[in-house]
Design a protein. Structure first.
Lengths: 194, 220, 198
């Protein structure tokens, strides 16, 4: 999966915008948005918000969780937790990235937000590396990966699943041998290229 | 998932009548996204979702038609077209992935479909996909035959080789309900795990393949 | 993005074909007439029983099965005890390419020539112990060609797939910087304009 495909899913997340124009309800296939009244906040999917922002017809409201104090708490929690904490939004990276890119002026202390979110991401990535290393060392056949977002899960693809696949192939080799050794003779033929 | 069941029930009642299905488009899009993800991460080809695909494509065409009469300066036109683009990408990507699997595993897939036909089970491929698969196989076989004619001494064991998907591949999945027991096959000792709703895991695909096809587990 | 199945050799897999081309030391247990020219060190027309030769794996597989095997295969030296000990000591330090480019794939074939399961154990041990290093190389931004050189073909394949994925993620993450400074071009343009007003 490409990061852009993860982002595609993330662009459905709702954000609050404040339009600068008036317009009626728009009946998108996924649902209705609007009516748009200048100055009144409404909820729209991120992809709509980005498009309107690019046309300079709205301001995007900073999500509650994307606030410096809150992010500092999240970061501390993540640092202190051995496992992964639950992120305030499944698509926190895509949302942060989009807002910083398209609406930095709508954010309070945008630079600090950028740093904090990056820090949280780095802490989680580092935990992920250790977890992956452990899974491989233990030749696991199963592991719970709760509280990981899709982007984070995707970051270990294809390495983790493919490595586990190879380990599985090798584990099968440790099973009972096919036939007896050749000096005693045997009737089974190795099914390699046949 | 409850919505899934409702959808299926609604679709089933469409048999003889030319009714318009009252089905929430939002749910339709959800279903399509889930099908997209499942198809993306599953090593084998999954049962098709042709009904949903056709419904969604119908919605998209209708929308595009309506937009032809809307002025280009209209705000809603851009947004509608953007949404149509997004959804066309979704459907297109889904269908393309299936075609890719068909091309890669054509012998295996056709064998499986034939045995499903014999057992009167639902086929996984749509009619169009089946035609494509058969034509593709014919094309490949002709190509190989043609090549081999130049080298008549090469043994023909290549004809029996069936490339199979790795059913044991590891996948990430999320369970949509509480699941009593998923078997983790350790080779000699199989273990079972109980999985809560919404919990995520990495596990070998064959442990969850039936659950994925039923809709109890979502690949992520 | 197209599908990425993990490596599972099939009849047509190139890596598998190449791996089974590797040479295996074996001893002929019977005389074989007229194949003397297989033995470069002798002038005889016939191959005598007891001759030791190295033959490709695919040939050895056929010749060493059945009730009267024509050859008796031996474990290639890189799968024997001495080399296994080296791997056990510090798998990451080993240049696996030097052992054999197809170390893991070939290993999975030759382990049947080993009476105990030592080869199979060694393969898993080597792979899992070298994994950390593989992951580090994938995540690192430096390009050290020797890292890649020291991998066997299976590790190289994993490396290539994962590296590509990693790069895509990095590009996506980096692609988010907002222009904090005005572009140089715009600045210069403004300066020039002010000049002309005077």
């Amino acid at each position: 999966m490409d990061p852009e495909e993860v982002e595609f899913l993330g662009e459905k997340e709702n954000v609050v915008i404040v339009p600068t124009f008036n317009y009626g309800v728009i009946h998108l296939i996924a649902g209705d948005i609007g009516p748009f009244r200048a100055g009144l906040p409404i909820k729209v999917p991120l992809w709509v918000a980005i498009n309107l922002k690019q046309q300079q017809t709205c301001k995007i409201q900073q999500p509650d969780w994307m606030d410096v104090e809150n992010l500092e708490v999240l970061k501390e929690n993540e640092k202190n937790a051995i496992t992964f904490t639950r992120m305030p939004n499944e698509h926190y990276m895509a949302l942060t990235k989009a807002l910083l890119k398209f609406a930095p002026d709508d954010l309070i202390r945008a630079n600090e937000i950028r740093t904090l979110v990056k820090d949280i991401w780095d802490i989680r990535m580092s935990k992920l590396r250790s977890s992956v290393d452990l899974l491989i060392k233990e030749k696991s056949s199963y592991a719970a990966v709760d509280n990981l977002t899709i982007l984070e899960i995707n970051s270990v693809r294809p390495l983790l699943p493919h490595a586990l696949d190879q380990i599985h192939r090798m584990k099968k080799l440790q099973g009972p041998q096919l036939g007896t050794n050749s000096s005693a003779g045997h009737t089974s033929s190795y099914s390699f290229r046949s | 998932m409850e919505d899934d069941e409702n959808l299926h029930a609604l679709l089933d009642t469409q048999d003889d009548e030319e009714n318009e299905i009252e089905l929430s488009p939002a749910v339709l899009i959800e279903v399509m996204e889930e099908a997209w993800l499942n198809e993306k991460f599953s090593p084998e080809i999954l049962p098709n979702k042709i009904d949903f695909v056709e419904l969604l494509l119908g919605q998209l065409s209708a929308m595009e038609e309506n937009l032809e009469n809307v002025g280009d300066r209209d705000i809603k036109k851009t947004l509608h077209l953007l949404e149509v683009d997004r959804l066309r990408f979704l459907v297109g990507s889904y269908l393309r992935m299936r075609l890719e699997k068909i091309e890669f595993y054509v012998d295996h897939i056709l064998k499986q479909e034939n045995s499903r036909l014999e057992n009167r089970e639902d086929l996984y491929l749509t009619e169009a996909e089946l035609t494509f698969a058969r034509n593709f196989k014919e094309g490949i076989d002709n190509h190989f035959e043609h090549l081999m004619r130049v080298h008549p001494t090469i043994p023909v064991d290549w004809k029996n080789q069936v490339i199979q998907p790795n059913i044991h591949s590891f996948v990430f999945s999320r369970s949509k309900t509480n699941i009593e027991s998923i078997i983790i096959d350790e080779g000699n000792d199989d273990e079972t795990v109980y999985v809560n709703k919404d919990s995520q895991m990495i596990i070998s695909y064959n442990s969850v393949s039936n659950l994925v096809k039923k809709g109890d587990v979502q690949l992520v | 993005m197209s599908l990425q199945p993990s490596y599972l050799p099939n009849y047509f897999s190139i890596d598998d074909i190449l791996a089974s081309q590797e040479r295996i030391p074996c001893t002929f247990s019977v005389n074989v007439q007229k194949l003397g020219n297989l033995n470069p060190s002798s002038e005889e027309t016939d191959l005598k029983a007891g001759t030791a030769l190295e033959l490709p794996l695919w040939l050895v597989q056929d010749l060493s099965t059945g009730r009267q095997p024509v050859v008796i295969p031996e474990l290639p030296k890189v799968y024997k005890e001495g080399y296994r000990e080296i791997l056990k000591a510090d798998a990451s330090a080993v240049d696996l390419h030097k052992f054999n480019l197809y170390y893991f794939e070939l290993g999975s074939y030759v382990r049947v020539f080993d009476r105990k399961s030592d080869v199979a154990d060694t393969l898993i041990h080597a792979f899992t112990n070298r994994f950390r290093q593989l992951m580090d190389v994938i995540d690192s931004t430096e390009h050290n060609p020797t890292d890649f050189q020291r991998m066997d073909s299976l590790e190289r394949r994993l490396f290539k797939e994962s590296k590509e994925s990693r790069m895509k993620l990095h590009t996506w993450l980096e692609h988010s910087t907002t222009p904090i400074e005005t572009a140089a071009m715009v600045l210069n343009h403004k300066k020039r304009k002010r000049g002309t007003d005077l």
